[in-house]
Structures are given as C-alpha cells and as structure tokens.
Ligand binder design. Structure first.
Ligand SMILES: NC(=O)c1ccc[n+]([C@@H]2O[C@H](COP(=O)([O-])OP(=O)(O)OC[C@H]3O[C@@H](n4cnc5c(N)ncnc54)[C@H](O)[C@@H]3O)[C@@H](O)[C@H]2O)c1
Length: 252
C-alpha cells in the first residue's frame, strides 16, 4: 500500500491502537501528525517513527477541546499543506462497573472524548477536505456499540453514537467525495484493557473474554492498523458508512 504524500492525522497516537495505526501508515510512506494529550508518549512515538526513516510529527492535543483540534489542523497545514486522512482513535472508558456506579463527571468525560471529539474533528477537518476536493475519516468505534457487555453501559452507548455518526457523516459528506468509515475492534491488548475487563486482570478473566471470541484471541494494534489502512486507501474507494468489525467473530 502506498500513502506517499498523504497527510494522516491519528488521534490517541501515544499508545495502543493509535500508535499501531500511526506506525503502519508511516511504514507506507504517509506524513503522520501523531496527536495525543500525553505529550511525552506521543513525542516518543513520533521520534521513533522518524528515527526509522518515517515522517512523523507529534502534536499535543486534547480532542475534547475545540481550540486544541483547531491547533492540530493548523499544525498539519503549516507542516504538510493539507489533510487527507483523519483517524479519530482517541477514546476512554469508565471502569467496568454496574451502570449506577458511574458518576456524572465520568459519564460526561467518556462522551466528550468518544463522541464530542468526532463533532470537533468534523468542524475543523471537513472544511479543509472540502476545499481539497475530498478526504477520508476513519472513526475507531467498538463492538461495544453493537454487542454490549454488562458493566460498560455508558461506554457502550458512546460507541453506539460513534457508529451512528459514522454512517450519518458518510451520507451527508459523500457529495463532497469525503468518505467516512469506522472500525469496531473487539477487546484488545492495550492500556485500556484493565478498565474494560470484568474484574482484575488475570489469566482466568482474560480466558473468559477470549472464550466469547470465536477466533480465540484479543485484538492487537496491528489488526486495527490493517483495517485502518485499507479503509483509508483507494482500494476501498466505493466503501463509505461502514463500521468494520475486527472482532474474531464476536458479533456474529
Ligand atoms: N482496547 C480495546 O479493547 C478497545 C476495543 C474496542 C475499541 N477500542 C477503542 O480504540 C481506541 C483506542 O483505544 P486503545 O485501546 O488504544 O486505548 P489506550 O488507552 O491504549 O490509548 C488511548 C490513547 O488515547 C489518548 N487519549 C485519551 N483521551 C484523549 C484526549 N482527550 N485527547 C487526546 N488523546 C487522548 C491516551 O492518552 C492514549 O494514548 C479508543 O477509541 C477505544 O475506545 C478499544
């Protein structure tokens, strides 16, 4: 796959799926703007990509803040002149708990990071893509929005919103040649897993989750990166408004 000359913004690129996605696009020649609110983490990822011959810059941004997302767009334009692909990956969950034990502040934060961020990225990147004659969004949603597990109710709802927004943006932006797709990963081996698991992380708890995934393993950043590059490439140029399950069969 060749992404030479393409500018790719990846949010939440300081670790987990976002780091894997940024590294994969970089390996295919893209110019990466790796964004995260953890400046040290995302700086280390961008430096490592650059030290291996890739092209990446780090941007510190909280995706829930309009001013930060505006600054992110400006950094990309100043450095690379355009924005071709935006991967809305940054996300958080509340801890796996009975639904009535999640406080209002936590609920608001989950919706700000997982849902409002999509609104803000549309506000700041759609005008750039329109002016350029097209573009691609890939929103990292979750199987949680399709096949919810107990204990994650408010997180599940936020991912349901991400799926609906993906489809709605796709149909509204198609005349602008802007494609909008999503990815629904099954539980993955990242920093977030500790909060998603129903109980303390242990071999036994992981085995219970793996037993619900027909192909018998958790997802890894490389799985999500493979789907993201496909959905951002011309190989998928008639595909818009889908949320692709990368889930080992969990949602069958
Ligand atoms: N890990 C899973 O099991 C799983 C499954 C399905 C979907 N997802 C989704 O995949 C995406 C990536 O998750 P992950 O598993 O890699 O998690 P992670 O916690 O390993 O990484 C998330 C990254 O996002 C960053 N981030 C958090 N809030 C931010 C904000 N407001 N602004 C900017 N950056 C912020 C964090 O600093 C971190 O680097 C999320 O949207 C998550 O909901 C994860």
């Amino acid at each position: 796959m060749d992404f030479s000359g393409k500018t790719v913004i990846v949010t939440g690129a300081g670790g987990g799926f976002g780091e894997g996605i940024a590294r994969r696009f970089a390996s295919f020649g893209a110019n990466i703007v790796a964004a995260d609110m953890r400046a040290d983490a995302v700086g280390a990822v961008a430096n490592d990509i650059a030290s291996k011959g890739g092209c990446a810059i780090a941007a510190t941004a909280d995706v829930t803040r309009g001013a930060d997302v505006a600054a992110l767009a400006k950094v990309a334009i100043d450095r690379f002149g355009k924005v071709d692909i935006v991967i809305n990956n940054a996300g958080i969950t509340h801890k796996n708990r009975p639904m009535l034990e999640i406080d209002e502040e936590t609920f608001d934060r989950v919706y700000a990071v997982n849902v409002k961020s999509i609104y803000l990225s549309a506000m700041h990147f759609v005008p750039l893509m329109r002016a350029a004659g097209g573009g691609v969004f890939v929103n990292i949603a979750s199987t949680a929005g399709l096949r919810p597990r107990p204990g994650l109710t408010w997180y599940n709802g936020s991912k349901g919103a991400a799926i609906a927004l993906t489809k709605s943006m796709a149909v509204e932006l198609a005349p602008d040649r802007i494609r909008v797709n999503g990815i629904n990963p099954v539980m993955g081996d990242t920093g977030m897993l500790q909060d998603l698991l129903p109980g303390e992380d242990s071999e036994e708890v992981r085995a219970r989750i793996v037993a619900t995934i027909p192909l018998g393993r958790l997802s890894q950043p490389r799985d999500i990166a493979n789907a993201a590059t496909f959905l951002a490439s011309p190989d998928s140029d008639l595909i818009t408004g889908i949320c692709l399950e990368v889930d080992g069969g969990r949602c069958i």
